[in-house]
Design a protein around this ligand. Structure first.
Ligand SMILES: NC(=O)c1ccc[n+]([C@@H]2O[C@H](COP(=O)([O-])OP(=O)(O)OC[C@H]3O[C@@H](n4cnc5c(N)ncnc54)[C@H](O)[C@@H]3O)[C@@H](O)[C@H]2O)c1
Length: 380
């Protein structure tokens, strides 16, 4: 393939900021952003001006962008319920595809996309930046090298707070579709954001997850200008159970107005414990830097671990900025296209994670019944 991949982006909403960032010259991506699309003309113009994209390469209809011959590959950054039709149209137009998570609302939608991309011989990967977050990459390498022995348990926590210190403004529109059944099963935590958590946990557990138990609460969000209150699926707690019952993980999420959340992005942060048979890894910081000003916090961002001999070790040399995970994930796709390799997440990996996300929603709706993944045949 050409030395520089010519890219188009479809969907210029909240998260596009970090995708667009990767195309700035300083990050050295072997790609050129040649076309953009959003139905919102104001946003289209803003990005066209900022990235010097000629007006004739800016589209309000994705079909028009897909007809543009110069484009080799597209990034699709739209609400989940639009993913299937836009991905299939892109495959038919012969474009390689990087699709933001959550890839689909149902397994059959996922299968339709997999079939269309195979029939049209284009690369199809799901964009999952958490697997490119440098402390997580380092932890995964250590797990594979056996530094902590077999992973038996993971506890992943996420905290969100409205007392955000420096974070993004998220437009109301960006939240509203996430609270609909059609586009997100009314599950911004356990389905939408949860996709990352299901992905990281299933990756690091290294054993197939067999069933899920999900408990979900109800948190009233204070958003001005709306006639009725908005409820978020928070707090929530998910247990992931492997066939071998001694291997399991939990993910809990808690939203509290008073959490002093230091962040440059969304108003949340993550913390992870990975327990192995002969050591344990602790990773503070991902989306935000919650403990930045806390003197007794869990340590500097990076990765900390203890080993059988009772010793502590730390590596804080990597780039722990969440934005870097987007740049790494974008680079990976471009280099995979240039070298004709299969990019991550493969459609099969992404489908398995979707099955976990669907099982979590199903369990939360059935009074936290243990739901086997094999029960999920299509949607909820
Ligand atoms: N990796 C991550 O950490 C992460 C974070 C946030 C969002 N996401 C994913 O990215 C996707 C987009 O999320 P977002 O938060 O940016 O949403 P958003 O609502 O902020 O943006 C969606 C954009 O799509 C545009 N759009 C909608 N329908 C369109 C159409 N038919 N044609 C052209 N444009 C259209 C809207 O005008 C809007 O600008 C979702 O799948 C979401 O799950 C991933």
């Amino acid at each position: 393939m050409a030395d520089k991949i010519k890219m188009g982006i479809i969907g210029l909403g909240r998260i596009s900021t970090l995708h667009l960032e990767a195309y700035r010259e300083k990050h050295g991506l072997n790609a050129e952003l040649v076309a953009i699309c959003d139905k919102n003309k104001k946003r289209l113009k803003e990005i066209s001006d900022e990235f010097n994209i000629p007006e004739e390469n800016c589209f309000t209809d994705y079909e028009d962008l897909l007809k543009f011959n110069q484009v080799d590959a597209v990034e699709i950054l739209l609400p989940h319920n639009l993913h299937e039709k836009v991905t299939i149209a892109a495959a038919k137009a012969g474009k390689h595809i990087s699709l933001q998570k959550v890839p689909a609302m149902t397994l059959s939608q996922m299968d339709h996309m997999i079939n269309a991309t195979r029939e049209n011989k284009v690369q199809f990967r799901v964009f999952e930046n958490f697997r490119f977050h440098e402390p997580y990459v380092k932890a995964m390498k250590m797990i594979e090298e056996g530094v902590i022995g077999e992973t038996t348990r993971i506890d992943y926590r996420m905290y969100a707070g409205y007392q955000t210190l420096g974070g993004w403004e998220v437009p109301m529109k960006s939240n509203l579709w996430r609270l609909t059944e059609k586009a997100n099963y009314k599950s911004p935590t356990i389905f939408d954001d949860g996709y990352h958590k299901h992905s990281v946990i299933s990756w690091m557990l290294q054993e197939p997850i067999e069933s899920i138990i999900a408990w979900v609460g109800k948190y009233q969000i204070k958003l001005g200008g709306l006639p009725t209150p908005i409820f978020w699926d928070s707090p929530s707690n998910i247990t992931y159970i492997c066939k071998n019952k001694s291997h399991y993980a939990t993910w809990s999420q808690h939203l509290q107005d008073f959490f002093p959340m230091h962040t440059d992005y969304y108003n949340c942060d993550e913390y992870m414990d990975i327990i192995g048979e002969k050591g344990a890894i602790f990773i503070p910081g991902c989306t935000g830097s919650w403990f930045k000003t806390c003197e007794v916090g869990p340590g500097k961002e990076g990765i900390h671990w203890c080993t059988e001999d009772g010793k502590w070790h730390s590596d804080t040399s990597m780039n722990s900025d969440w934005q870097q995970s987007f740049i790494n994930c974008s680079k990976h796709f471009i280099e995979s296209l240039r070298t004709d390799k299969t990019p991550q997440l493969t459609p099969e990996d992404a489908r398995y994670i979707l099955q976990i996300a669907l099982a979590a929603v199903k369990s939360s709706r059935e009074h936290y019944r243990e739901v086997k993944l094999k029960e999920i045949k299509d949607g909820i």
